[in-house]
Structure formats: structure tokens, C-alpha cells
Design a protein around this ligand. Structure first.
Ligand code: GTP
Ligand code: SPV
Ligand code: MN
Length: 651
């Protein structure tokens, strides 16, 4: 057995010692977080065939990994919230009894690191020393996780020093679940191959995270969804703050007025893109603070202040191009890890809709050869000489739809450095938020932008968010619209109804509710009957952000409708709307439609929102610990808005 190293923090000592005894690794390495250590681990993985080193002139410090076919995205069906009572996990989560779950998982962990190195990663969610920051220790047998955590979080000695002083932390255990027998050769992507052998388990009441069997993204980089959303959302509820699936951006108007905006869109629905967007509107400047997660705390003045707890971007690769998101492309020019994209013969990477020609030949995400299509330079197929149509019919993509880049935030050319470091006007408060956006991929009905009439109405809007399911999750429902309240459906650490109530409480307990951010619902994804996008999206979304700023400043009137305050089309600036390509230009006829209430569509929409509430209420009663099974848990205030909108639509 490996010898447990000595730690000053007794809780760290106990956590590492406990898992050393259970998992029986060959050796233990405590991650110090230096650049040399990071490179050495990457190079070790190259030697073992687990990383491909990319051309170091074109992509300095960059590597490519290919995952196992069973391990390409989050597994929601194997994600568990373990609270003593089922009601506290709520109707949207997979609940398990914590004692039974720990027993079941301990059997899995027994000897699971045999033949492997156990890494101890001290990490911080947020700038080290910031009062909002939280700390964690992830014990893992995956070097891939170590180097990704190095990018996505602040890791190493600086964090351990903080813990040495007795700082508290969230203990996390992760194993790929693939022990090695003596002399057994490792594979390129070790993991538990059967979905049912994977577990992504949160114990919000103990503040612990246990993950087993997967090495991919949010399943394995435990600081991200498991900690910064699931565990943190519960902490936030108990302590009066918010942990949200939101980007944070800083917008500066031509008059040099600054605004801070957060936006909650479901997975693969445009957070990274909006977070680093290049505004089409002349004179507007956008800077990035975060692209996925925001922690918001009420300040003494009643405003909500936000920090980004992360340190890098785990971004969706396909679709990222010079046109759609040049700043993301620049962010992954160096020190980036690519997973499941195409390898080109010159040691570079490629993916679908990267906006550049595919190489004539490459290696696809499964490690098989792929070839440029004969009739489309920007598509690849599994055999030489294929047409774009043939490839489409096969359903083949050369880069996996959920292939990703892990890029350091400091690489982002438009990073708001102060905001990213949790500072505003020199104080470590995070940035004051002016507007909160909700959104999703909705091909019909939902307007381009809709302003909430009140905080409660905004919470209603968030609760009713929904989207087509994307490839960010392993699911047989990709493309179908599902309700995804506040884009948090896969990430609630507790009961969704209590979460709605918590949002309402933020207003009730505010020292000055008039200072809370204004709330908006946006939709960049409306389509025509023929399936074409009606809004160009990307840089053109700055037109919507400007309207929001104008509303905040009281500069424009809005159309008060049954569903909320919509813009008058004339107030959406069409400056610089002269792209040659009609796809990248605002179509004024469509714009009019995008800001008009589709009454019939909304009647259906409202009915399904009501049905989702009924479903939450109904499922709650399954729990035998609930005294009154008929008790309704969806807050009455939200039911009130639902009734109000229903009545007004009927007028
Ligand atoms: P996660 O990292 O999974 O949380 O995703 P995300 O919300 O950060 O999504 P991201 O910005 O990576 O975008 C996902 C996909 O949506 C990409 O393929 C983008 O090209 C596409 N997309 C983003 N913004 C827009 C937009 O304004 N219009 C259209 N049509 N597509 C967009
Ligand atoms: C998401 O699915 O929302 C992501 C990717 O940001 S993962 O980290 O894998 O959850
Ligand atoms: Mn996300």
C-alpha cells in the first residue's frame, strides 16, 4: 500500500488516508500546481498514449485526448442527490438514501486504484483569498482530471497553504473505476464502460462529492457542476446567496457606461458565445468574466454581486469559428487540452463549423481515419470520396458533438481581468449585476427578448425556461424540448420548488429590492417553418443587449404585453446591419415577428408551464416522510403569475 503523505489540515489528512486505504493506489502524488508539474503529467500521458501532443509551433502547450465511446458527456441518469429525505432532493433529481449509496459505492471503490497513482488536488473555486471563494480537495486516479483541473480551477500549493491554516473545504473523491492488475497495460481512456457502473453522487447535507466510473467533463472535474452548482446551490440556499449556471460579462457603451450582465442558458445553448461575443454594434465593448457559473451575493447596498468561481473554459468545440466566437478560438491557441476533436496531419485540430477547410485527411474522434467530402471542403466523412449528403445521412461527425476545449481564462483576449479576479473598484466584492438573462433553444413561440414586469415575474420566467436537449448530455431525447428551470435542471442540489422559493426570498430579504437586477428572457434560436434561423445571433445579440441597457437607463418605452415587456422593433438598433450574407444580417420582417406575441403558441406554452408545476407538486408526494402529501410545493407567487398571464392571454 502507498504511504499517506502528511498534511497539516487534519480533515485533509483523514480524507486522503481514508481513500488510500479503500482504493489501494500504487502511489500518491500531491498536486503542487507548478507549470513544470503540469507539463510533466501531460508528457507522461503522451508516453502512455493517452494524450497526443499537438504541433508545438502552432499550438504551444496543447494536447489532444480521445475519450472512450461510453464517456463523452454528462450522465444525468447516473447523477444522484443523496439527502436524508427524498423530498429534499425533489422531483427533478435522482434521489438515493445517503447511507445506502455510500455502502454501494464503497464496494465499487474497493481496490479501484490498484496499479494507479492517486493524485490529491487542492483547488479553489474563486480567486484565492476572496471572501466568496470556496475550497476543495479532489482525490483522483486520473491524470487527465489533474491537468484539466489545473486549467479549470486554481490548484496547488497556494490552496494547500490556505487549508494548512485550518480553512474548510469540500472533500471530493473520483475514480475512473478501472484498476490495473500487475503488469496490465493501461488503455488510452480508462473508465467504467457500462453506464450503470458510473456514479456522479452529491451528498449536499455532508458537503461531499463521490464520483466513479467516468473521466469526462462535469462528471469528473468535480469543482465544476458537482461543487460549484450542486453542492454550492445548497450552501447558497442555507446562507442566503445564489449559485447559478450563468455566464458573467461586462458591457461598456459608447458613452463609456459600464453594465454587468449574467445569463443562464442550458448546456450548449450559447453561454460561452455570449460571454466573449464581439459586438456588431459600433462603439460597444464586451468583456468576459465567466462563461458557465456565477456565484451571486447580496451586497450591503442591496445589489447582487457576482464572481466566476472557475479559472478556465470547458467550451463546446463544434460551431466555434472565427465568425461565431473568435475570442474562444484565440483562447485555445496555447496551453489548451482538446478532447474528441479531429487531428489533422500537421498536428493541429479541426471540427465541424470551425469556419476553415477540413484537411484532406485526418483522424476522427474515435481514432479512425476521416476524409474531406468531395462536394464540401468543410465536412468530413468516414470514407474517401463521400458527399456531404451521404455523410449527413450516416449521421456521422468527425469531431464529437460534445467535443470540447479546456482553455485557461487568462488566454481570453477580452477577459475583464479585475472582474475575473473578483474585484470591483478595487474591492473583492465581485461585480454588481444590472441584468439577469434566461434563455434556451426554442424554435418557436418565445420572443427575441422579453422583460419581466417584476422580480417575481422574472423568477416565473426562469422557472419556465426550457430548451431542446443538446449533446452535452448522454440522452435519447436530443432535440426534444424539455423544461429546464433557470438552466439548472441537471444541477439543482436540492428540491426545485425550494429553489424557486429561494429566488423569491432574495427579493423579500433584500435591503433594497429596487436595486436587484432586471430580469429578461431571450431566444436567439427561433426558426422559420423551413428550419432557418430567424435571428443571426452571435455578434448581432449585442443589439438585444443594447436594448436591455436602454431599458435599465429608462431610455426606451416597451410594449407591455400579457407575457411581459417586449421591445418595439424600432428600438432594436440596426446600425452596421450590412453583411453581404443574409444569414448574418437582421431581417426586418423576421424582427417584427420576433417581438410580437404569438398568442396561440403562448396559450400552449402556458399550459405546459402549468403542467410542469403540477408535475413537481405531484412527484413531491411520493416521499413517505412528507406529512401532508397533498401539500403544494411550487410557490403560490409563481402560480399567481401563471394565472395572471393565462387570464391576460385570454383577453
Ligand atoms: P455549455 O458549456 O454546455 O454550458 O454550453 P454553452 O451554453 O456555453 O454553449 P456555447 O456557447 O458553447 O454554444 C453551443 C452551441 O450554440 C455552439 O455550436 C454555438 O455555435 C451555438 N450558438 C451560440 N450562440 C448562438 C447564437 O446566438 N445563435 C445560434 N444560432 N447559435 C448559437
Ligand atoms: C454543461 O453541460 O453545462 C457543461 C459541460 O458546461 S460539463 O462540464 O461536462 O457539465
Ligand atoms: Mn455549462
Amino acid at each position: 500500500m502507498a504511504k499517506t503523505p502528511k498534511f497539516k489540515n487534519t480533515k485533509v489528512q483523514a480524507w486522503v488516508d481514508q481513500w488510500n486505504k479503500i482504493c489501494t493506489p500504487e502511489k500518491i502524488v500531491v498536486v503542487t500546481g507548478t507549470k513544470e508539474e503540469h507539463t510533466a503529467i501531460c508528457e507522461m500521458m503522451v508516453k502512455k498514449g493517452q494524450f497526443i501532443k499537438l504541433d508545438q509551433k502552432k499550438r504551444p502547450g496543447c494536447y489532444l485526448a480521445r475519450s472512450h465511446e461510453s464517456d463523452v458527456a454528462r450522465v444525468e441518469g447516473r447523477t444522484f442527490i443523496c439527502s436524508k429525505n427524498e423530498i429534499d432532493a425533489g422531483p427533478t433529481n435522482h434521489w438515493r438514501d445517503p447511507v445506502a449509496m455510500k455502502k454501494e459505492m464503497l464496494r465499487k471503490y474497493k481496490g479501484c486504484m490498484a496499479g494507479r497513482t492517486m493524485y490529491v488536488i487542492p483547488f479553489a473555486m474563486g480567486p484565492i483569498g476572496n471572501p466568496i471563494t470556496q475550497y476543495g480537495i479532489e482525490v483522483t486516479d486520473s491524470p487527465y482530471v489533474v491537468v484539466n483541473m489545473n486549467i479549470m480551477t486554481r490548484t496547488g500549493d497556494a490552496v494547500m497553504k490556505h487549508l494548512d491554516k485550518g480553512g474548510d473545504f469540500v472533500p471530493c473523491i473520483h475514480s475512473v473505476g478501472a484498476p490495473l492488475k500487475k503488469g496490465q497495460k493501461d488503455v488510452a481512456w480508462p473508465c467504467a464502460k457500462k453506464i450503470d457502473d458510473k456514479y456522479i453522487t452529491q451528498f449536499p447535507e455532508d458537503g461531499e462529492i463521490w464520483s466513479f466510473g467516468s473521466g469526462y467533463g462535469g462528471n469528473a472535474l468535480l469543482g465544476k457542476k458537482c461543487f460549484a452548482l450542486r453542492i454550492a446551490s445548497k450552501l447558497a440556499k442555507d446562507q442566503g446567496w445564489m449559485a447559478e449556471h450563468m455566464l458573467i460579462l461586462t458591457l461598456t457603451s459608447p458613452e463609456k457606461k459600464q453594465y454587468h450582465v449574467t445569463a443562464a442558458f442550458p448546456s450548449a445553448c450559447g453561454k460561452t458565445n455570449l460571454a466573449m461575443m464581439l459586438p456588431k454594434l459600433p462603439g460597444w465593448k464586451l468583456e468576459t468574466i465567466g462563461d458557465d457559473i456565477a456565484w451571486l451575493k447580496p451586497g450591503a447596498d442591496g445589489r447582487l454581486y457576482a464572481i466566476n468561481p472557475e479559472n478556465g473554459f470547458f467550451g463546446v468545440a463544434p460551431g466555434t469559428s472565427q465568425f461565431s466566437n473568435p475570442n474562444a478560438l484565440l483562447s485555445c491557441r496555447k496551453n489548451t487540452i482538446f478532447t474528441n476533436v479531429v487531428l489533422t496531419p500537421d498536428g493541429d485540430i479541426w471540427w465541424e463549423d470551425m469556419g476553415i477547410d477540413a484537411p484532406e485527411e485526418g483522424v476522427d474522434w474515435k481514432g479512425n481515419p476521416c476524409y474531406r467530402c468531395v462536394d464540401d471542403k468543410r465536412r468530413m466523412g468516414p470514407k474517401p470520396g463521400m458527399t456531404k449528403k451521404e455523410v449527413k445521412e450516416l449521421g456521422y461527425v468527425a469531431a464529437h458533438k460534445n467535443s470540447r476545449f479546456t482553455a485557461p481564462a487568462v488566454n481570453c483576449p477580452v477577459l475583464d481581468k479585475a472582474g475575473f479576479n473578483g474585484k470591483f473598484n478595487g474591492k473583492p466584492t465581485g461585480v454588481p449585476i444590472d441584468a439577469i438573462l434566461f434563455g434556451g433553444r426554442r424554435p418557436s413561440t418565445i420572443p427575441l427578448v422579453n422583460e419581466a414586469k417584476s422580480w417575481t415575474h422574472g423568477v416565473f420566467m426562469g422557472s419556465a425556461a426550457g430548451s431542446e436537449v443538446t449533446a452535452a448530455v448522454i440522452s435519447d431525447q436530443i432535440g426534444q424540448v424539455r423544461r429546464d428551470p433557470m438552466a439548472m435542471l441537471p444541477f439543482f442540489g436540492y428540491n426545485v420548488c425550494d429553489y424557486f422559493q429561494h429566488w423569491l426570498e432574495m427579493e423579500r430579504t433584500s435591503v433594497d429590492p429596487t436595486k436587484l437586477p432586471k430580469i429578461y428572457f431571450v431566444n436567439w434560436f427561433r426558426k422559420t417553418a423551413a428550419g432557418e434561423f430567424m435571428w443571426p445571433g452571435f455578434g448581432d445579440n449585442s443589439r438585444v443587449l443594447k436594448w436591455i441597457c436602454d431599458r435599465i437607463d429608462g431610455k426606451v418605452e416597451a410594449n407591455a404585453t400579457a407575457i411581459g415587456n417586449l421591445p418595439y422593433a424600432k428600438d432594436i438598433s440596426l446600425e452596421n446591419n450590412d453583411s453581404e450574407d443574409p444569414n448574418f444580417r437582421v431581417n426586418e420582417k423576421f424582427l417584427q415577428e420576433l417581438v410580437t406575441v404569438d398568442v396561440e403558441g403562448w396559450k400552449k406554452e402556458i399550459a405546459t408551464i402549468g403542467a410542469s408545476y403540477d408535475e413537481y407538486d405531484k412527484k413531491a408526494s411520493k416521499d413517505t416522510t412528507v406529512v401532508n402529501p397533498a401539500a403544494r410545493r411550487v410557490p403560490a407567487a409563481l402560480r399567481g403569475i401563471l394565472a395572471q398571464v393565462t387570464a391576460e392571454l385570454g383577453k
